[in-house]
Design a protein. Structure first.
Lengths: 212, 229
């Protein structure tokens, strides 16, 4: 297949699919140069699967694009993702994880400063709380694990991308399930919106920190 | 207990069978059974240290291998740890009384500043205790001052730092730098561990040893103090 000029591929965590597709749509014609391929969102709980997953997609589809953006933060790879990105001349989203780039890096630091024991949810994580947290952490099979996992947490902070009352109720219920206080912060799409704009304008995505 | 025909009566097993069964029960996270097996071995006159090493630590070592190989996952490992904890609860006072618990020296361990995660650290602490270290657990969110204070107070044979977050693991490097500045690093082996860490990172921050998992950390710690089997 011939390479289409100025085409960008975003290879992202499945947890960002809805948000990226929404922002791509908002970009109108400019967004047409951006394609999205997602990896399973449950890699959130198994960061060691992220790089092999990316390698596979790049091997299969990378040659058809001028530019590839990795739609992950560091996401628990311990700097290995940054090394992979540097080696392959790629870019990634700014920050350590999606909570940081949705909230904004400074605002996220402030939230952590305010309460270190903050457990963050996004729209996606609220929607799939049972699958990713309750089942993913094995709490459904071993309810006593809940207290072990969350012993040092004090609050759930729902960083909301959309104003959705149903999701807010679900987030509150999630906090209750975990026995934690609940806080709601509307963040919108945070840094993700700016990144999509830059991609559409073929500008570099800046500010991706290297941890190692 | 049920009337299941296949039910194993632990008291009917000979010592070798019982130890194997306890390792299986520990692997399956059966806390009551591990507790019962521990009590039976003690009642049969087993030395507490042998019960700990042969049944509990060995069982947990097998768990560690299967965790490393992706056969067991964190929830299962935590169930195993809980089962081991039950047995250790019985053995700890006996070991303390006999003075065996501190035979390998003191190991200070703590999660670094900015990090509240302690599941891995607690597992490591338990394995170290099982290996014969006196474990001083500093808990979570420790600035360098806490480590320095603990070194002064406890004069450990080894110091271990843990982090779960990519954002907090660089703090380990700052602590090690501070130790180096104060001349502590020459005398005190520093071990590091935590899910996002790897050997490369450990080397980069000049740590003495990287502990990949709880069982391995205990083995490496024993090697550091020259007590490996």
């Amino acid at each position: 297949m011939a390479k289409t000029s100025h085409k960008t591929l975003i290879i992202a965590c499945g947890a960002l699919a809805k948000e990226i597709l929404f922002l791509k749509k908002m970009l109108g014609d400019a967004g047409r140069s951006i394609d999205l391929q997602c990896l399973p969102a449950n890699y959130h709980n198994s960061p060691d699967k992220i790089i092999p997953g990316l390698e596979k997609v790049i091997a299969e589809r990378g040659c058809h694009y001028d530019r590839i953006l990795i739609g992950y933060g560091d996401c628990g790879t311990g700097g290995l993702l940054d090394a992979f990105i540097a080696k392959n001349n790629l870019e990634r989203l700014p920050g350590a994880h999606c909570y940081a780039f949705f909230a904004g890096l400074d605002a996220f630091d402030a939230l952590m400063e305010e309460e270190l024991g903050s457990f963050f949810l996004t729209d996606y994580l609220v929607q799939f709380f049972d699958t990713l947290v309750i089942k993913g952490f094995g709490i459904d099979r071993h309810p006593d694990l809940k207290d072990i996992y969350f012993a040092n947490y004090k609050r759930v902070v729902y960083l909301a991308q959309t104003e959705d009352l149903e999701l807010q109720e679900q987030a509150k219920a999630a906090a209750q399930t975990l026995g934690l206080d609940y806080e709601y912060r509307f963040t919108g799409y945070g840094a993700l919106a700016g990144v999509m704009d830059k991609l559409a304008q073929d500008k570099p995505v800046l500010g991706a920190p290297t941890y190692v | 207990m049920s009337d299941n025909e296949d039910e194993i009566i632990l008291t009917d097993l000979n010592d070798t069978e019982l130890v194997e069964q306890m390792q299986d029960d520990l692997y399956d996270g059966l806390a009551d059974e591990v507790f019962e097996g521990t009590q039976i071995l003690l009642d049969r006159g087993w030395d507490a240290n042998t019960v700990l090493t042969d049944a509990l630590v060995e069982g947990m070592r097998i768990v560690g291998i299967d965790f490393r190989d992706g056969i067991l996952f964190v929830p299962e490992v935590l169930q195993c740890a809980n089962a081991m904890k039950g047995g250790m609860g019985l053995l700890r006072p006996i070991l303390a009384e006999s003075g065996n618990s501190a035979s390998l020296g003191t190991y200070v361990i703590g999660t670094v500043k900015g990090d509240i995660h302690d599941i891995g650290k607690n597992l490591v602490g338990m394995m170290l205790e099982g290996a014969g270290f006196e474990v001083i657990d500093l808990g979570i969110n420790n600035p360098v001052e806490n480590y320095l204070e603990a070194i002064d107070k406890h004069e450990p044979a080894i110091l271990g730092m843990s982090a779960l977050l990519t954002t907090t693991m660089p703090y380990m490097g700052l602590v090690i730098e501070e130790f180096d500045k104060r001349g502590i690093l020459k005398e005190l082996p520093v071990m590091v561990g935590g899910a996002p860490l790897n050997q490369e990172f450990s080397d980069a921050i000049n740590a003495h040893t990287y502990g990949r998992d709880a069982a391995m950390t205990a083995e490496l710690a024993k090697a550091i103090v020259g007590k490996n089997r």
